[in-house]
Design a protein around this ligand. Structure first.
Ligand code: SF4
Length: 329
């Protein structure tokens, strides 16, 4: 894997609402996706994972508003980075699907029940590749379906004739239709059983290796990320609290919250871990604790934790990982 960045997010802030009713949902997010990488984004509900996906793709709807920071897309082959937050609506329309596509939560239920898979896959091509002839669109739709492991003869099927896993794979095929450089997947497999989740992720990683796109994979299930990601960023209270290689997070989580997440899901592979969970509940955006937002739930909290926010920084000089915890700074 090369270390060349394809998406850089710096100092990103997102608020919901303004003035006295406003709450901050994302705080100072710095994150880099590298070319060809699977970057996992983990955290409990309300940690800001989906807000980050919506902000980066400019799909945040009111009252969500980006109040600071930058998001840049770096085209393969160099050139000026694209400032995503400054794209005009027309530029944005061309940018989405072609350069970056997103598969949403519950996407498998968003296929239109009265249209065949063929019609829905070719619709994307009709909208974005107007010069393509009907026969070429059908051939591409067949190719896409085969790519995600579904027989091309299922093109004539309606969504209700497919299993949940197949519908989800159709959504992935749709996301790959225009060969984007980046695919963002927001809890795409949560509604599926654990075996199907892994089958789909295995397929995604295989496709990534063949087609060399980069993936941001969002889930609350860190055990999935350990298996399928190259790197993992953990979010809590709208901040990134730790980021490191997936193997490093698994072997040696530095943030007590990462450690708690790892002990909240059974691992399908590797040594057994005792499941202990994390006491308490995630903070509400309107009542974010002072200092380290995790301190009311942290068994290791000590003197500075309730007062000062720890910066996200390498725990030791020169390390290629970062953690925001006073235990390490
Ligand atoms: Fe726990 Fe303090 Fe580290 Fe926060 S900064 S995770 S409260 S030890």
């Amino acid at each position: 894997m090369t270390a060349e960045p394809i998406l850089t997010i710096s100092g990103l802030n997102v608020d919901y609402g303004t003035g006295a009713n406003g709450v901050r949902a994302l705080r100072d997010i710095d994150l880099t996706l590298h070319r060809g990488e699977v970057l996992g984004l983990a955290g409990e509900s309300g940690s800001g994972k989906s807000t980050l996906a919506y902000a980066v793709t400019r799909l945040l709807s009111p009252p969500g508003v980006i109040t600071g920071g930058d998001v840049h897309y770096h085209r393969p082959g160099g050139g000026e980075p694209v400032d995503i937050l400054s794209l005009t609506p027309d530029e944005l329309r061309a940018f989405r699907w072609q350069e970056l596509s997103i598969v949403f939560q519950g996407a498998m239920n968003s296929l239109n029940p009265v249209h065949t898979v063929h019609s829905q896959l070719t619709d994307v091509l009709t909208a974005h590749r107007p010069g393509m002839r009907a026969a070429e669109r059908t051939a591409r739709a067949e190719e896409l379906l085969t790519l995600v492991g579904i027989s091309a003869d299922r093109l004539a099927a309606y969504p209700h004739q497919l299993s949940g896993g197949m519908r989800q794979r159709v959504m992935i095929a749709m996301a790959l239709a225009l060969e984007p450089e980046i695919v963002i997947m927001d809890e795409p497999t949560t509604a599926l059983d654990v075996v199907m989740q892994r089958q789909i992720l295995r397929k995604l990683v295989e496709l990534r290796e063949r087609l060399s796109f980069s993936v941001v994979f969002i889930t609350h299930d860190i055990s999935l990320l350990i298996e399928f990601s190259d790197r993992i960023a953990i979010m809590y209270g709208g901040r990134i609290v730790e980021q490191a290689g997936a193997a490093e997070i698994y072997r040696d989580p530095r943030h007590p919250y990462s450690d708690g997440l790892l002990h909240s899901f059974p691992a399908l592979h590797g040594p057994r871990r005792e499941l202990t969970g994390i006491p308490g509940s995630p903070p509400h955006l309107s009542a974010m604790p002072t200092g380290c937002a995790f301190h009311p739930r942290c068994g290791k909290a000590f003197e500075p934790c309730a007062e000062r926010v720890p910066a996200l920084a390498p725990p030791d000089a020169g390390q290629d990982r970062e953690v925001a915890c006073w235990l390490h700074h």
